[in-house]
Design a protein around this ligand. Structure first.
Ligand code: QAP
Ligand code: CO
Length: 225
């Protein structure tokens, strides 16, 4: 299995075993004390490491999956489950060496995007309920790929600069002026939230070629498994 999967899923399996194993090692303490200590340890870990220990790598839908066509709904609650989803999406994006991931791609149909276009992979950006306020007249061609269309890269024309309004995970409103790769990436991911994939901008011929190859590869994989 994937090394990232091992690293993060191990604690999930070990933790439930702790309360069972501890009494055998510490027979000086009574069971109530042991129970309390374990409870304290778990509360401590939860408070200081939060989502860290229970992050998960999510399954990415692959083109031409019809679920990539579902229009995402606005986020209304800025709660803890949402923060966990965000952590999982970053984990999934980094594990697959992506620079952007829309919730639609992991079969969550909410208006949520995670991005990190920095070469150092340390500039996380979360856009909740993003809207484009302005686009530049000038357009540019840029090579695009997609985690839902693995192995294919094609040139797409989009506005060069955009002004985006969005909410962050605390529910506060922000604006961002983006150009270059960040602008391309935000537009690409916002398309996903509206059920659009970058392949839709290509010629019918290219679309069919990509579909055929990906369907063929999927069939091969299912024979192996
Ligand atoms: C969208 O896409 C994007 O085929 C984000 O084998 C991409 O992160 C916007 C990826 C390029 C602008 C420019 C694709 C990883 C990652 C693959 C991605 C692959 C492995 C795609
Ligand atoms: Co994509």
């Amino acid at each position: 299995t994937h090394p990232m999967l091992l690293r993060y899923q191990l604690p999930r399996r070990v933790f439930p075993l702790l309360p069972v194993l501890f009494p055998f090692f510490i027979n000086l303490l009574n069971s109530v004390q042991i129970f309390c200590i374990i409870l304290l340890i778990q509360v401590f870990l939860q408070v200081f490491f939060g989502n860290f220990l229970i992050m998960a790598i999510l399954n990415i839908l692959q083109y031409p999956d019809s679920r990539l066509r579902i229009k995402a709904k606005p986020i209304e609650l800025f709660d803890k489950p949402l923060k966990e989803t965000i952590a999982d999406m970053f984990e999934t994006m980094y594990a697959s060496k992506g620079i952007g991931l829309a919730a639609t791609q992991v079969n969550i149909h909410k208006r949520l995007i995670v991005l990190d276009v920095s070469p150092e992979r340390d500039r996380q950006l979360v856009l909740l309920n993003p809207t484009v306020l302005k686009t530049s007249e000038e357009k540019k061609l840029h090579d695009e790929g997609c985690l839902s269309v693995p192995g294919f890269y094609e040139s797409v024309e989009r506005p060069d600069k955009i002004l985006v309004e969005y909410f962050n995970s605390d529910g506060s409103k922000h604006q961002l002026e983006a150009g270059g790769l960040l602008s391309v990436c935000i537009q690409h991911e916002m398309d996903h939230l509206n059920g659009k994939v970058f392949v839709d901008y290509l010629s019918r011929l290219k679309q069919h070629r990509i579909q055929k190859k990906l369907i063929k590869e999927k069939a091969k994989l299912s024979v192996i498994n």
